[in-house]
Design a protein around this ligand. Structure first.
Ligand SMILES: [Zn+2]
Length: 485
């Protein structure tokens, strides 16, 4: 949807043969002239666009299964992903889906099954039911060694994403973690008619680069009525030990009661949530005052100290956010109307340097991923995939239909997609390895590919004469005939 709007708008502005895409309309109403101008976006600080010497290689050969939700290690060598086998039962005729979590090396040579639906019994007290892959993507630690993902229970039906799985990428040391609500376990919860003292489900999660530490947004309980909304942030060692609650309400007078701010670290579908490389700082969204929509991004130390509000938007409409490995930089996508409005923003984590990225390639930069350093932002346009390099102040075309290995099957290759509010991680630390999805010729469903981003070519994608954005495939400027490249 948002990409269609982008496409419409960029076609629209290309139709005007006016330098610097100043679009002006003159309306004559009752003899008065109203001049409506959509201001000039032209004179950016950066005006260079490059093309990278890249290539694409296919990684998965799934038959015709659905594959997706990739997570890439920092060195770009390990991809963890979800595979779904859909078939129809011979007995009942009902469609069945079996989900599998897999790890594969980026060259596609070594593949390992880490988990398959209905092969492991749920932990007590649900040991009669089986574990199923949950609704959230798997995550691999930066060092490529540890994988975490949510698991649902085959029954009862309300036990979605109730358990977290932790497993090594060689499929060893599989274990499950259930999250205990300390606010309930410290009380006489069964006398208050709670079925258990555990959190109902894990809503978002992040893992430190060495795989030792996991931070989660958790929500819900198994009480007789809702008692208002319940959510919290919990950290745990990946061996399941030292579970600790960082942010949660207390249960008082039949209500979940917050005594201080920030509170309610998620509402509705989920929230922006991320962890620094060494796992010392968490980035999350939370409510700042009693005003219902007063939300902003916060950082907090892993020991629960120093919660710090880093944005001042006072609006819930962040759709995702990430913090750099060193904790210095924050990138987020804001989809509301405050400040400069909808778009991708970058800032320092001390609250300074906030600005919205403006691109020569797209009218609105909807970011798909950002490197661990926080200085390279990946986004897609109709022409292909691009990187906005913040330090170098330029944009680079990293793949398009002319990139060696590009699959021309009628469906454009793209960056992978994820559930809403999920911070993707499909780019290696150095930014040179990127996971793509593409539908091979003769198939219905996408497979995973690896894009290796090579040297920059000095292809100018802006007309040096008139300053208009050029399609990378154009040989001459359509406005003034200047030869490009
Ligand atoms: Zn020109």
């Amino acid at each position: 949807m948002r990409r269609n709007q982008q496409r419409m708008r960029s076609l629209f502005s290309k139709c005007f043969r006016i330098p610097y895409r100043i679009v002006a309309l003159v309306l004559v109403v009752n003899g008065f002239q109203y001049f409506i101008a959509e201001g000039s976006l032209a004179q950016e600080q950066h005006n260079r666009l490059y093309r990278a010497d890249s290539e694409i290689q296919r990684v998965t050969y799934s038959g015709n299964h659905w594959v997706g939700y990739p997570s890439l290690s920092d060195d770009g060598n390990v991809i963890v992903f979800q595979e779904e086998v859909r078939d129809t039962s011979m007995v009942t005729g009902e469609p069945r889906v079996k989900r599998i979590i897999k790890a594969i090396t980026a060259d596609g040579k070594n593949q390992q099954v880490l988990f398959t639906d209905s092969t492991v019994h749920a932990p007590v007290p649900y040991e009669d039911s089986f574990l199923l892959v949950g609704t959230k993507p798997p995550l691999v630690s930066g060092d490529g060694g540890t994988v975490i993902f949510a698991l649902s229970l085959s029954s009862p039906a309300d036990m979605k994403d109730h358990v977290m799985a932790v497993v090594k990428t060689d499929a060893s040391e599989f274990q499950t973690i259930t999250f205990t609500n300390e606010m309930l376990s410290s009380r006489n919860w069964n006398r208050e008619n709670f079925e258990s003292d555990s959190w109902a489900r894990v809503a978002n999660y992040a893992i430190s680069d060495d795989g030792s530490l996991i931070a989660c947004v958790v929500k819900g309980h198994f009480g007789p009525v809702a008692y208002g909304s319940l959510s919290g942030i919990v950290v745990v060692r990946s061996d399941g030990s030292e579970q600790r609650t960082l942010l949660a309400p207390r249960f008082e007078n039949d209500r979940w009661t917050w005594n201080e701010f920030p509170r309610r670290p998620l509402t509705g579908g989920g929230w922006a949530f991320a962890l620094t490389g060494a796992g010392e700082t968490i980035l999350f969204g939370a409510q700042s005052s009693d005003e219902r929509t007063d939300y902003d991004l916060y950082t907090m130390k892993i020991d629960g100290s120093k919660p710090k509000r880093v944005t001042t938007v006072q609006d819930r409409l962040f759709s995702f956010a990430d913090i750099s490995a060193d904790g210095e930089r924050i990138t987020f996508f804001y989809s509301g109307k405050k400040g400069e409005g909808i778009g991708t923003y970058v800032m320092n984590s001390d609250g300074t340097g906030l600005h919205r990225l403006t691109s020569h390639v797209v009218d609105r930069l909807d970011y798909d991923d950002v490197t661990d350093s926080g200085d390279k932002v990946y986004f897609k346009s109709v022409n292909g995939g691009f990187v906005f390099d913040i330090n170098q102040s330029h944009e680079v075309l990293i793949f398009d239909r002319s990139t060696p290995g590009y699959v021309r099957s009628g469906v454009d290759m793209d960056f992978p997609s994820y559930p809403s509010f999920w911070a993707p991680d499909f780019v290696s630390r150095d930014g040179h390895t990127v996971v793509l999805v593409g539908v091979p010729v003769g198939k219905d469903l996408a497979e995973l590919f690896v894009l290796t981003v090579g040297k920059l070519k000095k292809t100018l994608l802006i007309c040096p004469s008139c300053g208009n954005r050029m399609d990378p495939s154009w040989k001459y400027c359509p406005y003034d005939g200047t030869k490009l490249e």
